[in-house]
Write a protein that binds this ligand. Structure first.
Ligand code: ZN
Ligand code: ZN
Length: 333
């Protein structure tokens, strides 16, 4: 059997383009330039936050998404509670005393979450795979959620005492209570240390429930992958594309360093169009200062560029941290 093109000896690679993770020299050049220029600038306005509607969340009545912060979203669909890339810790870092610090508390505290049925982990970077959060979720009183992870990460979880894990290759899926969860390609990479670059897979997720179809991009650069994803699922989306796409809009400056691994707002809008999504929610901003743009810049960019292309606000929106958006149920007339 021939191996898939994104598999290589001892690891994985992207589908499109010549991707190499940035060198240490490039990292140093970026960091040095940023500090010389005084970047990132402090936000000019507070990041919007609001108290979560816990009564609504716990009732799980209709398809809905709640932004908890960064790429962490509580997605309620098909009667299930799904959590994407849960990070509730103070830092996105291997250390509790150093590394990017959380700028605002999670929109829903870990202890306030309803029973989580499944956790979708896009890749192993520290701002997406947070050990303390995963451990707490695995120990929830009602039993561990199912952790759905890319190839190569199951053993990482098991070594840390988290046993209810399924790992997927791109285009493979797992069905949970009638909801299908598929791992899909993204243009990114993986690493938690210095010697494990691209050894475990990364990706996004497509989730198919009777009342809602959701897409979660994880972290990604712009590529043909999103047109491929639309094509691949066309036969199950004859009544329209994803009802909601969770697309990163932050962590994009400087472009010479970030472009191959993180989209900017313009590219996020292209992905929204490539997918044919009915609506998109901008995530991966406002929570950790990871890159050179100000923490509050992504939604301003989004508003400006939406206006330029004449896209309605509700077609690609942002939420306050803690805010819930209900989605019209699919297939309802
Ligand atoms: Zn990443
Ligand atoms: Zn990230």
């Amino acid at each position: 059997m021939s191996r898939p093109p994104h598999h290589r000896d001892g690891g994985f690679q992207n589908n499109h383009g010549d991707f190499e993770p940035k060198s240490l020299a490039d990292v140093l050049r970026w960091r040095w330039t940023a500090s010389r220029l005084g970047l990132p600038k402090r936000p000019s306005a507070p990041i919007p936050t609001q108290p979560a509607d816990l009564a609504f969340i716990r009732s799980n009545r209709a398809p809905a998404v709640t932004w908890i912060g960064h790429a962490t979203v509580l997605a309620q669909l098909g009667g299930l509670n799904l959590l994407t890339d849960p990070i509730f810790s103070e830092r996105a870092s291997p250390f509790s005393f150093a590394g990017p610090k959380r700028e605002q508390p999670p929109g829903v505290a870990l202890a306030e979450l309803p029973h989580i049925d499944a956790v979708l982990v896009s890749h192993n970077h520290y701002d997406h795979l947070d050990l303390a959060s995963c451990r707490t979720l695995a120990a929830q009183a009602s039993g561990s959620p199912l952790f759905v992870v890319p190839l190569g990460l199951k053993s990482w979880f098991e070594a840390r005492g988290i046993a209810r894990v399924v790992e997927l290759d791109w285009w493979q899926s797992q069905t949970l209570a009638g909801v299908e969860i598929a791992l899909v390609p993204a243009q990114h990479w993986s690493a938690r240390g210095l010697n494990d670059r691209m050894k475990t897979l990364w990706g996004g997720f497509a989730v198919f429930a009777p009342d809602c179809q959701l897409f979660f991009a994880g972290d990604t650069g712009y590529s043909r992958d999103f047109a491929d994803i639309r094509e691949r699922f066309a036969d199950r989306q004859t009544d329209g594309g994803f009802d909601i796409a969770l697309i990163p809009i932050g962590a994009y400056e400087p472009r010479w360093f970030m472009q191959s691994q993180h989209i900017n707002v313009e590219e996020a809008l292209k992905i929204h169009a490539d997918l044919g999504a009915k609506a998109s929610l901008g995530v991966h901003w406002g929570t950790f200062e990871l890159t050179d743009e100000a923490l509050d810049e992504p939604p301003r960019q989004l508003a400006r560029q939406r206006a330029e292309i004449g896209l309605a606000e509700e077609a690609f929106f942002t939420l306050a941290i803690g805010e819930t958006r209900c989605l019209p149920p699919r297939n309802s007339s």
